[in-house]
Write a new protein. Structure first.
Length: 329
């Protein structure tokens, strides 16, 4: 025997508080028209203003339920809703959607206020810049890099967003972890110094610890944390999410801060990327074989012409410089 429908059941259905069996019953009665009168009575008994007291999530539930009720008229056995009834439903739906819209707008406005409290430093090619954050953390930002950070750290964490390369000397605060977001990783520390390199044009991300201890968290499904100690470097392959750790020479990792170019058995293509950022030029390889030639280089950030001359003598390459274009063959 089918359970009788009541106004209480419809109210619980609209609020999302009924069982799956009751939900199915209401939807079936909506399709054959038996619930229409009770729906009308429920709407008459509950002023529209009452709905304004609920939150945005519940408003969305109510709006969805009303849509289901109106759309149930698709059954051939159900008569079209009369003009007067339709106006009543339309008024409820309009109010609900307007209220939902206001809720979402307010939520977005609050988010916008948070974004206004953020600031961004964009460092162009050929420049190094030092930034001091509100917690006394210092950041050395490499060329062609961008750092987004709040004007003041107010929450439980101190979070910044990096594109490119930077060296962080984080002010110690055990109550407020410092988090650096990159494109694929999160670097979590309490107070330490470390280097983060994540240029979009390159195939990997490198995190290197100078002092203290650093936790690196992957953004993937595993969310695994890798711990690094001073002198350790983590490499993350963007192509296959492969992670490796190794010991490095900290002086070489930090060499860019003092304007030194240091490479060991590195391809000319990779060397050229850093030179593009430092000298604000573009490299044009006219010979693909030259692109993959390997060099070991240690040279002060000198004039572009001098660095190119060093590469010429070391590997026998030929080059020309025209404006901001360096051609190599």
């Amino acid at each position: 025997m089918q359970q009788p429908i009541s106004k209480d059941l419809i109210k619980r259905y609209l609020k999302g508080n009924c069982t799956l069996r009751e939900r199915a019953l209401v939807k079936e009665l909506m399709r054959n028209g038996e619930a229409k009168v009770l729906f009308d009575e429920v709407l008459d008994e509950h002023p529209i203003d009452d709905y304004a007291k609920t939150d945005g999530k519940q408003l969305e539930v109510w709006a969805k339920k009303f849509h289901e009720h109106l759309n149930a008229s698709g059954n051939d056995n159900v008569k079209p809703i009369g003009n007067r009834a339709w106006l009543k439903y339309a008024a409820v739906l309009s109010f609900l959607m307007l209220t939902i819209g206001s809720y979402i707008l307010l939520h977005k406005r609050n988010t916008a206020d948070t974004l206004i409290a953020m600031q961004q430093t964009v460092n162009p090619n050929g420049k190094l810049v030092q930034i001091k954050l509100s917690d006394n953390t210092t950041v050395m930002l490499n060329a062609a890099s961008k750092l987004k950070y709040p004007t003041h750290f107010n929450g439980k964490t101190r979070e910044v967003y990096l594109e490119g390369e930077a060296f962080f000397d984080v002010a110690h605060d055990t109550q407020h972890p410092f988090i650096v977001h990159t494109s694929q990783l999160k670097v979590n520390v309490l107070g330490t110094s470390f280097n983060v390199k994540d240029y979009s044009a390159e195939k990997e991300i490198a995190i290197t610890v100078a002092t203290g201890k650093v936790g690196v968290i992957t953004n993937g499904y595993s969310g695994k944390t890798y711990m690094l100690l001073p002198g350790q470097q983590l490499h993350y392959s963007i192509a296959n999410q492969f992670i490796s750790q190794n010991k490095v020479d900290l002086n070489e990792v930090a060499a860019w801060q003092s304007g030194m170019l240091i490479y060991h058995n590195e391809t000319l293509e990779n060397i050229s990327r850093q030179m593009e950022r430092w000298y604000d030029v573009k490299f044009n390889f006219k010979n693909e074989a030259v692109r993959h030639m390997r060099f070991s280089l240690k040279q002060k950030n000198d004039r572009l012409e001098n660095v190119m001359r060093t590469l010429k003598f070391a590997g026998g390459i030929r080059y020309s410089i025209a404006g901001k274009t360096v051609s190599i063959w």
